[in-house]
Ligand binder design. Structure first.
Ligand code: MF3
Ligand code: CO
Length: 256
């Protein structure tokens, strides 16, 4: 507890566990992404990811979280987040957001990405690319002494300059012994607000970006969040640690 902040500063032992948890989480996302192709059902992906995480000696962070019934969130096309895997069979042209967490040695990793299923439209690919790049625009400000909303502002500016909109109803967050810790990390807002960033803070930045309106709605299952106008949505997230220098992405995709 520094200066009244309740944001956990992880020590080296805790960071070592975070690195392990996040490595498993990133590998789970990659595994899910490789399964995205026409004819595969979302519950097949969920089962494969569940079995992978368990085989690593970890636990799926989302399974049972506030009653969530699966190990992965799979959110297709107009679904923003928290899509529940089931009988839906992926089709050519779908965009498929995969969000996954793993709990290992007392700590969580959390990451997401949107994958194309076969050939997708140019506009859908642009949405995926802008969403991913907005994460990297935001993390440029994730350095000691910046404030949380410096990240938020950078994401919003980049996204809106590309003609897309930032979902307001959900935010990034601290991540550690709990899946969701302080602080909240919105993907929009004025710079210069919120807590100052300090080395040892572990955060997840996770822009959820819509093709049309930023407004969202809930399906009757009380989980699935969809765009209010039915247009496409994409998601990208990594867990990272603030350092004395550049932030270090802990759920690093293998190809980056
Ligand atoms: N993955 C979400 C996040 O990034 C949380 C998932 S909620 C759950 O914060 F219920 F699906 F687990
Ligand atoms: Co998250």
């Amino acid at each position: 507890n520094r200066g009244g902040s309740m944001i956990a500063i992880k020590n080296e032992r805790e960071l070592q566990a975070m690195r392990q948890a996040c490595k498993i989480t990133a590998a789970a996302r990659a595994l899910a992404g490789e399964m995205v192709r026409p004819g595969v059902s979302t519950q097949q992906i969920d089962k494969a990811v569940h079995d992978f995480i368990v085989a690593q000696g970890a636990k799926p962070s989302f399974l049972g979280y506030h009653g969530y019934p699966a190990s992965v969130c799979i959110s297709i096309n107009n679904t923003v987040i928290h899509g529940i895997p089931g009988g839906y069979v992926l089709q050519e042209g779908d965009i498929v957001s995969i969000d996954v967490g793993a709990f290992y040695q007392g700590f969580h990793g959390d990451c997401a990405a949107t994958f194309p299923c076969g050939a997708i439209s140019t506009q859908a690919q642009k949405l995926i690319d802008v969403t991913k790049q907005s994460f990297f625009e935001g993390i440029r400000f994730a350095t000691r002494g910046h404030r949380v909303s410096d990240i938020s502002h950078a994401i919003q500016t980049y996204v809106e300059s590309n003609g897309f909109s930032v979902v307001r109803s959900f935010v990034g967050h601290g991540v550690g012994a709990q899946l969701h810790e302080e602080p909240e990390v919105p993907n929009y807002g004025s710079p210069g607000r919120g807590p100052r960033l300090l080395p040892g803070m572990t955060l997840a930045i996770e822009p959820m970006i819509n093709e049309g309106t930023y407004e969202v709605a809930w399906l009757d299952d009380d989980w699935t969040v969809v765009t209010d106008d039915g247009a496409l949505s994409a998601h990208y997230e990594n867990t990272f640690v603030i350092t004395d220098g550049e932030p270090i992405i802990l759920t690093r995709p293998l190809e980056d």
